[in-house]
Design a protein around this ligand. Sequence first.
Ligand code: DOR
Ligand code: ZN
Length: 440
Amino acid sequence: MPVYDLALCDVEFPDGRRADIGFKSGRIVHIGAVERSDEVVRCHGMLLLPAATDMHVHMRGGSQVKKEDWQSGTRSAIAGGVTLVVDQPNTVPPLTTQLRLENRVNEAISEACCGFAINAGVTPGADLISLWSAGAMAFGELFAGPSSYGETLSSDELSKAFQIIRNVNGLATIHAEEVGTSQPDTLVAHNDNRGDQGEAAAVRKVCQLNSTGCHLHFCHLSTTAAIEAVLEQRRLSTGPENKLNDSGGPCRTSFEVTPHHLLLSHQDFAPGDTSAKVNPPLRDKKNRQMLWNIWDLIDVIASDHAPHTVDEKAVSFLDAPSGIPGVETMVPLLLPEVQRRKHPVSSLIDKVSTRPCEVLGIPPAGFHPGERADFALYPRTITRVDPDELHSRAGWTPFAGLPAIFPELVVMEGGIIYRGGEFFNTVGRWFPGKGYPLVD
Ligand code: DOR
Ligand code: ZN
C-alpha cells in the first residue's frame, strides 16, 4: 500500500463524482479510496477543480512596484485559484531586448510564488528572434490600437512582425481597437470613443495583415461584433474557400474575453468613475448579456489583471490610467455566475484552464497522466468580494460586493501552497516558450 505525500479526502470532481485523491512526488497517483498519507485533508465534498492559467496579466514590478510586484501579484493569483500567469511585456521599460527579458525572468524566479511565463514586447526596434530564443512564451500583446503603456504599431510594422512570428511558429497576441479623436471624460464617452465597430474593424484589419498565416490570439475582446469578426476569419481559413497560409495549413485564430466585460457594464458606475476605466472599455448591459449568449463560443477567459494604485486613478478621467486588477477574482466570481446561469462548471474550466494551455502549447492542469497536478478546492458557500481581503498591491477592486466563491486550498505540483488564507512552500516556476534552447 503506497504512502502518499498528500491526500485530499472526499472531494467532488467536476463531473460530480466523489472520492479521495492521493499525490506523491508532485503527481496524482490514485483517485479512489486513499488509506495512508503523510498529510491528509478532509474536504467534505468540496469541489476540486484544475487550477486556472491566466494568460493575460500585467504583474508590473521593476519601476512599477507601487502598482504590483511578482510576489503580491502571484499571491493574488494563487488566492484566486490560478497557478500559472502569463505576464505582458508593456513594462517600463518594455520587454523588447533579450537582456530585459532575461532580467525580468530572474526577477520573477526570485519573487514569484507560482508558475509564470513572460511574453516578448513587439515595438518597431524589438529583436523578436532573440526574445524568442531567450524564452518568451508568446509575442505581445501587440498594440493594434493604443492603451496604457502601449503605443500603436503601424500596418507595416504589424505585418512584418506577423511574418517573423510565423517563421518561428510563435503565437501573436493582439490588443485590437480603433480609437476616435474625442477626449472622453466619462465611461460612456470612453465606450463611444473605442466602440464595438472599431474593435471589429481592428480585428478584420489585423487578420488581413496576417498574410503568412501566423497564429493570432485576440486579447480581451469585449463585443460580439469583434467576436463575430474572429469567427468569420476562422470560417475563411478553414471553410470551403480553404484559405491556407504559406505553408499549406489553415491559420489558427483564437480569442479571450475578460471577467469584467462579462460581469460589469458602465451603467454600474458613476459617470466619471476612473476605477472602471479600462481598455477596451466596459460596455452597456445589453452587450454584456450578448457575451453570455455566446458563452459556448468563447475560447479563453483571461483577467487582463492591470493594477494601478488608488492615487494614480484619483485624477481627472482623461488622465487616469486604464486598467483594473482581476487575477484573484476571475474564477471566484465566475464560478457562482456560471452555476446561476446553468452552464456546466466544466465549461468554465475549459476557458480558464484547459484552453489557455492549449493556445500556449503547454500541459494543462488536470486529472489525466501528463497533466500538471495543480488544483484548487472550492467550498459550497458563496461570499462577497471584499477589497480588504485581496492580495494585489492595488488594494481596490471594481468587483467589491459581488458574489464569489474563493478557494479554501490550492495545490501546485502535488503540494499545498495555500490554505485558509496562508501561503506555504511557494516557488516561482518559469515556463519558457518553444524557442528556448533548453526546451526539446
Ligand atoms: O486597460 C488596459 N490596461 N488595457 C491594456 O491593454 C493595458 C492595460 C495596462 O497595462 O494597464
Ligand atoms: Zn490590452
